[in-house]
Design a protein around this ligand. Structure first.
Ligand code: HEM
Length: 161
């Protein structure tokens, strides 16, 4: 489970050699990015009560590449994000029933109602439909053969007559 930080805690990381920022409920350590950020380091070195940069980040209209870069600096969730999760909480999932290989990294945890399990079901449905089709074709094969040879025989009879 990713660590949870309070807004106040994040506000303390406000130095050039240790700088954190909050974007959409997630906390990022951008120290190593201060001098590389195309938009400059000043956007990160802000007053403690301005540490939530979600609006600024969105308003710039950052590229897909920039959004993917966020993961590199992820250190944990903000308290506000965790409180938001509680709003949508309906219950716990039985861990034993989750298929192996579907567990994701903490920083990729899908929000409630995410689509991953559904897509697994879809693909297994596709597999089932294909098997059903093949089985039906195999079952229907004798009828095709009978029809084909039956037709052929009757043709040859007609020819004889
Ligand atoms: C960890 C967080 C951030 C990352 C990884 C990031 C990354 C980037 C990248 C890759 C670009 C180049 C253009 C693009 O690909 O969109 C960019 C440009 C820019 N960013 Fe950020 N950014 C972050 C946070 C912010 C914040 C919080 C602000 C302002 C509140 C900001 C303001 C800007 C501006 C103004 C530019 C445009 C620079 C220019 O083209 O002159 N960025 N950022």
């Amino acid at each position: 489970m990713a660590k949870i930080y309070t807004f106040e805690e994040v506000g303390k990381y406000n130095q050039k050699d240790d700088c954190w920022i909050i974007i959409h409920g997630k906390v990022y350590d951008v120290t190593s990015f201060l001098y590389d950020h195309p938009g400059g380091g000043d956007v990160f070195l802000v007053a403690p009560d301005e540490k939530d940069a979600s609006v600024g980040f969105d308003e710039v209209g950052h590229s897909e590449a920039a959004i993917e870069m966020l993961e590199t600096y992820f250190v944990g969730h903000s308290e506000a994000a965790i409180e938001m999760l509680e709003t949508y909480f309906v219950g716990n999932v039985d861990g034993d029933t989750i298929p192996s290989g579907t567990v994701v990294e903490d920083n990729h945890t899908p929000p409630p109602g995410a689509y991953a399990p559904q897509s697994t079901n879809l693909s297994s449905n596709d597999g089932f439909n294909l098997k059903l089709l093949v089985a039906l074709l195999i079952l229907a094969l004798p009828f095709f053969l009978q029809y084909y040879y039956g037709k052929g025989n009757s043709k040859s009879h007609n020819g004889d007559n």
